[in-house]
Structure formats: C-alpha cells, structure tokens
Design a protein around this ligand. Structure first.
Ligand code: ATP
Ligand code: MG
Length: 694
C-alpha cells in the first residue's frame, strides 16, 4: 500500500489506532492519504463496512469510491463513503425510531423549506422567507431549537423569526419530515441522548476518515466525536488555508480544538505539492501569505518552473470571455514547455466567484462550438418537472408528507380544486392528521360535498395502489416499466404540452423526465453507484428505497464522469479538484474580493470586513491551486454594479500573487494562430473521417 506515497503520507496511512490529523496545503496528497488508508485498514483486517470515509460532496464520494476500487477492488463497495448528511440519513433511518421518527421520513430541500416558511410566517415574499430560513439554519447549526433561539434573540425581528421557527418545527413534525440541518442535528441528538444507539455506532465503525475537515461545522464535529468515542480512531485531513464555507457556519475552531480534545492526536504535515508547477505554487503561497496563520506550513513542488502565470486584462465581460475562448483554442493547438499537447476539453476549467458569471462564458463557448458543462449551477432536481415527479415519489414513501401531497394532487390537475383542498387542510389540522390520513377519515364527509369527496378518495386509492406496486419493483427493467405506465396513467406528457406555450420547451422538459426515469431505473438495478451512500453495494433495490435518497442529490453527477468537456465552475464548487489548465476569471476588485457594501443587509464592522477579506483570499488560494500546468487570471476594466457598468481595477489579489510586472497584452496574432490551428485540425479530422467511410 505504500506505492505512490511519500514518507509523511505513509506515516499517516500506517497510523491506525488513534486520532490522526493531516494538516497540509493544497495538492499535497491529503485526499490520496484517505483513499490509501481505506485500503490499509482493510489490509490490517478491518471489515470494509466498518470503515466510514466522509467527503464534502456526493460527487467527491463517488470519485473516492472509484479510486478505492482501483486500489482494493470490490471491497470498496462496502465501505461507507458519503457526506455527513448522507451518514445522518442512514443513522436516522436505522435508529430515528427512538426519537419518534418514522423510517420513511421525507427530506425537505431548500425550496421546500422556503415554501413552508412562507406559509408558516404568512408572507408571499420569497426573499423574506429565505432570510428567515438563513437565520433558522444558523440557529440550528448552533444546536438551538426555537425555544432556545427565543431566549437568545437580540431584537424584535429575531423574536419574530423564533416564533416562526416554532411553527416551522411543528410542521416538520406533522409532515414526518426533516431539513438538511436536521440531518446533522438529529443524529447528534440521537447519539448524545441514547446510549444504546451511541454504543451501537461506536462498535459498528472501526475507523472514521474525514476529508476537507476545515469546512466542517460545530455540529458535525460533535457528531464525529460521538461516533469515534473513547478509542478515537479517526483520520481528519484538511487545510486551514482552504476554509471557504465560514459563511455557512463552518468553523476553524474545529481544527483548533482537535489537539485539545484529543491530547494524543498525531499531527502529520505534508509539504510536497504534486499538483502544480513551481510558478503556480509560488503565486498561491504569495497570495495566502498575508492571512494570519493558524498553523505554519511550507509547500514545494518538484514539477519544474513551468509556464509563467498569465494576467489577462479585458474591456468588459464579453471581451474577457472571448479571450478565454481564444486561450483555450491556442493551448489546444500547441504544445507546452514540456512538449505535451492538451487537446482534451476536459483538461480545461474556467472558474469564477458567483454563479451568474457563467452565462457570458457559456455564450462565448457555444459560439465557438466548444463543449462544456456548468457545475454547481442550477440543479437538475430544481426543475419544475423533476420536482413534480419527486413529489409523487415522496408521497409513496411517506404519506404524511403534506407538501408532496399538495403538489401531487394538483399535478397534473385532476379536478380537485383549491376550495376542496382548503377544507381538507382545515379538517386535517383540527384533528391533527396529515392530509392523506384525513382523506380517509370517517368524519370528512361532514365537511365536503360527495363529488369532492369521491375525487379525493379516488386519488387516495390510486396513491396506495402505486405505492404497493412500486414496492414490488425489483431491478431496472421493472422500475422502468412501472414509471412509464404511471406517467402514461396520469397523462404527464400531455400535461407538459398543455402547460407550455412553446412546444420546444415542453419537449425538452419531457426529455428531462425520461432522463430522470432512466436514472431512477439504473439506480434500482444497482447499475450506478449510490452516490448518496445511503445504501451500499450494487444490490437491486425497489423504487421506494431509491426514492428516499433523492433529496440528498443535487446533480446527476454520476453522468458527468466521462464527459470530455470544458468545466465551468464556481470557486466554491471547485474545491478538491484539479485541471491541467485553469482560468480564473472576474478577478476584478469588487468581484473577488467581493465588495462587502455591494451586499445589502450586512453589518460592516472593521472586524467583520477583515474576516470576510481573509475568506475571500482563501477562495483565491483555492482557485490558484486547482491548476496543474498553466494558470491565467483575468480581470475587466468595467464591472457591473446592479444594472450599471462602473470602472474597475484588477483585484488586489493579482498584485499579491507577486508575478512579474509585465502583464500580457492581447496579441491579435495569438487569436489568428489559434483559429488557423483549430481549422486545420477540423479539416484533418474531416478528411480522416471521409477516408474511413470510403
Ligand atoms: P486539495 O487540498 O486540493 O484537496 P489534496 O491535498 O487532497 O489537495 P490530492 O488531491 O490528494 O491533494 O493530490 C493532488 C495530486 O497529487 C493528485 O493528482 C494526486 O494523485 C497526486 N499525488 C498525491 N500524492 C502523491 C504522491 N506521493 N506521488 C505522486 N502523486 C501524488
Ligand atoms: Mg483533497
């Protein structure tokens, strides 16, 4: 197992029986330590299912499982590799019963929560509801319930939110539902308050490994402590300089506390960077230098000096996008200093601060006919048609899920009107029933007309029937047939065409529906890895089992694996990843670092600004260190502020990179050369193809 590991990495991998922290800069092989350590633990006799490796995203979990498979083969299927949230789901499904939670509880995603809060707080304004959501989420992450939040509320506004939080809690309980924060908070409660559950999990897990430890929050740390218990057999790897989720409650205190809470903690530092050239690494080290140091670190690379880091200036965003495209074309056409050519699209990434910046780059790439994907953008599961289908699936799994009930009963319309649903709602809350339970109540006829009642009953019976049949599906073919029948039954395709003015749009929505069904079917067949990690291995599952984990996934990320396309990504979503050629765009003062006073509703104390600036600097450090061979950083002379265009300067971080003073001016010949090369390449590909066809 020591192949491809340096001495310090080997030390971390071989330290099996106590708490271990690997603290090291970007690209030094921390994630590699985790995958190799999984293999080492198995080799040392630990059963694969007694190892848990916790990653920051589902996608990272899928990748880690792939890597582990490469090292240890099939055994990797049994290792628990998932996010903290998915682990929480697993714990709650198995043991949530002792807290009164049914195993088939629903998981409300962020959009569901906004909807419930609008309702609970009596507003139609989504922005207000989202602000409440934010505050409630922070409270929950601090381990507070609504009563405790009320006790610490600072002003009337916070007291109002605490009241709404109380109503929100009631509703979640009534719907047998949890939100994302509960997926951490409730398992913690479970472990803290139920000794037998805690003992069970401590015995179950022989070693816990945590990647990207610097971005865990306080509750996650407590969960970790409960899981590992006295024996404290765990491995955390992280980099304080890459902590970029402070705004979401992640805290570096978790790193500070570790040596205090575990006095026998083995701390291992890695100093060699295996990812980037010296030129890139120097820029990264320079940028992070002004930040206060939690732990001093040094990083070196033996990959040679490499190409100098380029600074590209542009007039505006359109121009910046054009230059990025030209750069990709010219890099693809040539060879680098080491004589290697990079023709693969997947070797390139364009990284930016905020989601909305992607659009202009997408346009430019489309115009140049270069294939790309946007990661970390609007999620597949946020599309209306997918939410429709998920509502039905959720209702089958958990009849008490009222939001799912309301969506399913009205999509497609089946002649059950608003009035009927309102009466049903009043009746249900009077008798403390879920809408679905209320529907079959013997007293319901007293408040509804016979016609309304029979419509509801018919719907109820239909749902029961579907639920029964869905439970019997095993494997992909079964699931596919079931889903096709069901969609035909409810006339979903027709519903899409009726609802959309544009046929093209309806068709594309229908394609999404088909893609979703296909993906569900594959998961039922165990053909694709269960990225949410809630169930393991490749055994066949029924549709309901698969449906339970959907809320945890935000993309069909498994499909992205083999795509040979250029990546567009936010800096936040690029964490842990690497590409041969990276372009950081919008490195313009006011955009990165993001200008605090562009943001409404935040307090701007000096301390607050300093802390935010440090996090922005870490974001820049993360961006730079994604690059393996070449890095270009671009800025624009004008930037948008609201609807206006204002004059702008290069980001202070560009100066902090300490590059040669000569910025690279746009050279029209560069573009021409790139176009020629691209043309020649296409022409030769075309002639090769026609030769092959002869
Ligand atoms: P980040 O901080 O960005 O998450 P990391 O510390 O997790 O980075 P890895 O992603 O594990 O770093 O490794 C960076 C690159 O270096 C990967 O391509 C990995 O395969 C390679 N690498 C790591 N260790 C070694 C080694 N000992 N020998 C050769 N290559 C290595
Ligand atoms: Mg990593």
């Amino acid at each position: 197992m020591s192949a491809g590991l340096n001495l310090a990495q080997q030390e971390a991998v071989n330290f099996l029986h106590g708490p271990c922290l690997v603290l090291a800069g970007a690209g030094s092989g921390k994630t590699r330590v985790i995958t190799h350590k999984i293999g080492r633990l198995i080799q040392a006799g630990l059963e694969p299912k007694r190892i848990a490796a916790i990653t920051f995203t589902n996608k990272a979990a899928t990748e880690m499982r792939e890597r582990a498979k490469g090292l240890i083969g099939k055994a990797a299927n049994e290792v628990v590799i998932c996010t903290f949230h998915a682990l929480g789901v697993r714990m709650l499904r198995q043991d949530g019963g002792v807290m009164g939670l049914k195993p088939q509880f629903s998981i409300m995603d962020s959009a569901d929560v906004t909807g419930i809060l609008k309702d609970a707080g009596g507003t139609t304004d989504a922005a207000t509801a989202r602000q409440w959501q934010w505050t409630i989420s922070l409270w929950k992450n601090m381990g507070l319930n609504s009563a405790q939040a009320m006790a610490i509320a600072k002003d009337d506004n916070e007291r109002t939110i605490a009241k709404i939080m109380a109503r929100y809690e009631e509703r979640l309980t009534a719907y047998q539902s949890v939100d994302f924060d509960d997926l951490i908070g409730l398992p913690l409660k479970l472990l803290q308050e139920h000794d037998e559950v805690r003992t069970k999990w401590q015995n179950q897990l022989g070693h816990v490994l945590v990647d990207e430890y610097q971005d865990t929050n306080a509750t996650q740390y407590e969960v970790l402590k409960c899981l590992v218990g006295e024996k404290a057999r765990f491995t955390a790897v992280g980099d304080d300089d890459q902590s970029i989720y402070g705004w979401r409650g992640a805290t570096l205190d978790n790193l500070r506390k570790l040596p205090q809470d575990f006095p026998n903690l083995k701390v291992i530092k890695l100093e060699q960077n295996y990812r980037s050239t010296s030129a890139i690494l120097r820029a990264a080290n320079n940028v992070i230098q002004p930040n206060p140091k939690l732990f001093p670190k040094t990083l070196f690379s033996e990959l040679g000096e490499g190409e100098p880091v380029r600074v590209v200036d542009a007039d505006n965003e359109e121009h910046e996008a054009e230059r990025a495209v030209a750069r990709i074309q010219s890099l693809r056409a040539g060879t680098d200093a080491a004589g290697a050519s990079h023709r693969e699209f997947k070797d390139f990434a364009i990284l930016y601060r905020a989601n909305h910046q992607a659009r202009i780059f997408e346009k430019a790439l489309r115009k140049a006919q270069l294939p790309y994907k946007v990661s970390g953008g609007q999620s597949f599961f946020d599309r209306a048609e997918i939410r429709d289908l998920c509502a039905w699936l959720r209702l089958w799994v958990n009849n008490d899920d009222d939001p799912a009930f309301l969506r399913a009963v009205t999509t497609p319309k089946r002649g059950i009107g608003h009035q009927t649903l309102q009466s049903l709602g009043v009746f249900a809350s009077q008798y403390k029933l879920s809408l679905f339970e209320a529907l079959f109540s013997n007293s319901l006829p007293s408040v509804l007309s016979t016609r309304a009642l029979s419509g509801l009953h018919e719907f109820g019976r239909y749902v029961n029937d579907l639920e029964f049949r869905a439970r019997l599906t095993t494997g992909a073919e079964d699931a596919r047939a079931f889903l096709t029948d069901w969609l035909k039954d409810i006339g979903y395709e027709k519903h899409l065409y009726d609802a959309e003015d544009s046929e093209k749009l309806a068709a594309s929505r229908w394609t999404n529906v088909m893609e979703f069904c296909d993906w569900m079917a594959q998961r039922c067949g165990g053909e694709i890895d269960d990225a949410a990690g809630v169930s393991i291995g490749s055994e066949k599952k029924n549709l309901l089992e698969v449906a339970q984990t959907i809320a945890l996934l935000s993309t069909l990320s498994e499909r992205e694996k083999d795509q040979n396309v250029i990546t567009l990504s936010t800096l936040h979503a690029s964490k842990g990843l690497e590409w041969p050629h990276v372009m950081l765009v919008g490195v313009t003062e006011g955009m990165l670092p993001f200008r605090l006073d562009d943001e409404p509703g935040t307090e701007h104390t000096n301390e607050n600004i300093a802390v935010r600036l440090q996090e922005e600097r870490r974001l820049m450090y993360v961006g730079i260190t994604r690059a393996q061979r070449t890095l270009a950083v671009s800025w624009t002379r004008k930037r948008k502020k609201g609807r206006e265009l204002i004059a702008a300067q290069p980001s202070r971080f560009i100066a902090e990179m300490g590059l040669d003073k000569t910025t690279v001016k746009e050279d029209p010949r560069e573009k021409l050369k790139a176009l020629r090369a691209e043309f020649a390449q296409r022409a030769s590909a075309a002639s090769a193809e026609s030769a092959a066809n002869k």
